[in-house]
Each structure stands twice: as C-alpha cells, then as structure tokens.
Ligand binder design. Structure first.
Ligand SMILES: *Cc1c(COP(=O)(O)O)cnc(C)c1O
Length: 413
C-alpha cells in the first residue's frame, strides 16, 4: 500500500504546485515520462510554427531583407536579454552565440588579458569534460596554468593562491551528481583576491534562480538546449558583467563583433556593447527557435520554478527510499545543495537506463555508473515522478535490465 500513499502524496503535491504546472506549454508524446530535459529540453508549443514562419516567410519570401525587417541582426542580443532575465542578468550583458565550449574559450582568454601578471586558472577537474578541455586549451593560448580543484575546496585554495589567481571557472551545478555549488562563496573568494569568475550555467539556467548580478558574477556561459529548451544544437549564451564589457578583449575577433561590421574595415575595432562577444554570422534559425522556446517561461518567476524543481526531486527521493531502498543516491538530499536532477549509482547503470527507456521513462547514463534523471520543472508533475520510481523498482526487482538488448551502446549515451 506504499504506492497508494505515494499516489495520494503525488496528487496533493501536484495540487500544491498547480500554479507552476506548465505542461500545456509543451508538446510531449503521450505515455512518456521525460527525465532528460537536462540534456535536450522538450519541444515547447509554438516553436515549430515560429521556425516554419522563419523559413517560409522570412527566408523564403522576404529573403535578405529579413536581416532588417525581421531583425535577424538584433536577434543575438534580443534573445540574450530574454535569457538574462532568467539568470538574473540585467539587459545588455547576455548574448546568444556559438556553443558553450566556444564561449568559455572567449572568457578564459579575455579574463587572462584583464589580469596580466596572474597565472592561475582554477577549475573543477571533474567538470563536464569540455569545460576542462577548453580550460586547458585556452590556458595554453593565454599563458595560464590550470589548477584542478573541487568547487568544495575552491574558496580556501583561492585565498592561498592570492594574487596568482586570474580566473576561477566553475559549473554552478555538477552535471553528474546534480550538486549545486556555492556560487556566492566562490565568487566572493575570487573577488577578495582580485580575481575574476566564470560560471557555467548549463545545468542551472531555466531550472532555478541564479542571480548573476546579485552575486556580482563577472562572466557566465551556458547551453540553449537543456532547461531552456532551444532544441538540438541550439546556440549557447555568454554573460559579461556591464563593468567588464569595455575591457572584454576576447580572442575570436570576427567581423560580427566589430563596432561597425558593415563598414567592412580591414582594421578590427570591437563593438562597445555585449555584441563584441559575437564572432561570425549567427545560426539565425537556431536563435529564432530558441527565442520561441523561451516563451514557455513567459510570466513565470524563477523562484516558483525552483520551488517546483525541489518539490519534484525531493518527492523522487522519497519515492526511491520507499520503493527502491538500498540504491545509492549520488545527489545531495539537502535542498540547498541540489540542482534539478537526481543521480543514482548502479553497477549496471547503462542497462538500467536502457530498460527504463524501453518503458518510456527517458533518462540518461553517465560514466561510470550513474543513472541520471533530470527533472525539468516546467513540464513534469509529481505523478510523473512516482511513475518513474515505480518503473525503476520493476526494472531492478525483475532484473529486466539484464536482457542482452539493454547492453548495446549507441554513438550517443
Ligand atoms: C552540456 C554541457 C556543455 C555542452 O557544451 P557544448 O559546447 O554546447 O557542447 C558544456 N558544459 C557543461 C557543464 C554542460 O553540462
């Protein structure tokens, strides 16, 4: 009767959080519990129509005039401002451009140039690999040395390194465990020694309040295709705090970042605005799809989104404790330290995830033994959460995951 009690609890939580149930703003296939919105967000209502309009009318009919008439040119900064509102960055500081990897490269090199004579780039060696790879690659270009330190130890290490510190580059939420790191404390520690910070918001933008301006974050980067739902390969974003824009000397000096791109000058002069973070021509269709997707957040406060997210992940932990006791929970149980996902450890994690997917409970696997379940707050209910836990219990209890087909690996895990 455990299930009955949990079902009643799911119903009461769904009532309690009714005001943030935005499932109607998404097109999700029936019979699917989608717990991978932290890898590829679901499709919001209106995106297909916006893309169709961009293709058939703006491109097909209006052709090149659309750079002006549909303001394709201004889209990167316009959509950047919309994302800025979600992450607590005032207008004029966020630009949609390139990928998270490329934006991080720009930040590292620019930060090194803003802190001459300082040689350390501090980062998390267990971060998403591209963050570590780019840190290393950009550090080589910029003459920095990368030191790998867990975010938990970063404030103390920053204080020790003192005026050797140029930049601390961290993710606000750990992509594997979902641990929410202490953005205010690391930011303060860096500023105390005169260093800069860059936050990777891939697993926080669209899932919680970030408060970039409130915490005085110098730089941030993040993905458009996770909790922001911009679609596969959606362009990323970059935040440069207003006081740094005029000194943001980023290395990829393409013509789109020029103060007067259409003057066609052979000499580079960076735009005085956040547009200096641009490089080449933006993927306009992708930017417009992202813009349409962000309408799912219209009228929604991030505090409510965060409350819903914590209710969903907290209830999932409750369900797991009741239905799958003994499984190792890799994510923090403390609300203040948990992002919007719950990761579980299991020796056959890959096969367990495949067996869940066959039951239309879609999560993902991360090396070496992580079952990663993302709880995108806008389109999941507590009933979905219970359903996922019940399927997990069956997959583990019957050892369904041991079926040979669940061990076959695709190119993308
Ligand atoms: C998803 C993710 C990325 C992805 O970077 P791309 O350049 O968009 O491929 C980078 N960093 C983190 C922390 C991520 O979670």
């Amino acid at each position: 009767m455990v299930d009955d009690a949990l079902a009643a609890r799911a119903r009461s939580l769904d009532e309690e959080h009714h005001d943030t149930d935005l499932r109607g703003r998404f097109r999700l296939p029936a019979g699917t519990t989608y717990l991978d919105g932290n890898s590829l967000g679901a499709l919001p209502v209106g995106v297909a129509e916006a893309v169709a309009d961009a293709v058939t009318r703006q491109w097909g009919n209006d052709l090149i005039a659309s750079w002006n008439t549909a303001d394709w040119w201004g889209a990167s900064a316009r959509v950047g401002d919309r994302i800025g509102a979600l992450v607590g960055s005032a207008p004029g500081q966020v630009l949609v451009a390139d990928s998270t990897s490329v934006n991080l490269f720009k930040v590292v090199v620019a930060a090194a140039r803003m802190r001459p004579g300082r040689d350390i780039l501090l980062t998390d060696g267990d971060s998403f690999p591209t963050d570590v790879h780019i840190a290393e690659g950009a550090a080589r270009v910029a003459g920095l040395v990368v030191e790998r330190v867990s975010p938990a130890d970063a404030p103390a290490r920053i204080a020790e390194l003192g005026d050797r510190m140029a930049l601390a580059a961290y993710s606000s939420v750990d992509y594997r465990t979902g641990e929410l790191w202490d953005l205010p404390a690391i930011t303060r520690a860096a500023h105390d020694v005169g260093a800069l910070v860059c936050w990777d918001l891939c697993h926080s933008a669209g899932a919680m309040e970030v408060g970039l301006d409130d915490h005085d974050a110098d730089f941030a980067v993040g993905c458009g295709y996770k909790y922001l739902n911009g679609g596969p390969g959606a362009p990323a974003f970059i935040h440069v705090a207003a006081q740094h824009i005029s000194s943001f000397d980023q290395p990829l000096t393409g013509w789109n970042g020029h103060a007067e791109p259409f003057a066609m000058s052979p000499d580079y002069a960076p735009a005085p605005t956040i547009e200096r973070a641009r490089v080449g021509t933006p993927p306009v269709l992708g930017v417009l799809a992202l813009e349409a997707a962000l309408k799912a957040f219209d009228g929604v406060g991030m505090a409510g989104v965060r409350r819903r997210s914590l209710a969903l992940t907290g209830f999932f932990l409750e369900c797991v404790d009741a239905l799958v006791p003994g499984i190792v929970v890799a994510s923090p149980r403390d609300d203040a330290r948990r992002g919007s996902q719950v990761s579980l450890r299991h020796p056959h994690a890959y096969a367990v995830v495949q067996a869940l997917i066959a039951r239309r409970v879609i999560g993902d696997f991360r090396e070496p033994d992580i079952i990663r379940l993302g709880f995108a707050p806008l389109y999941l209910t507590h009933a979905d959460v219970l359903r996922a836990a019940e399927h997990l219990r069956e997959v583990l209890g019957t050892r369904e995951f041991a079926r040979p087909e669940f061990s076959v690996r695709g190119a993308v895990t």
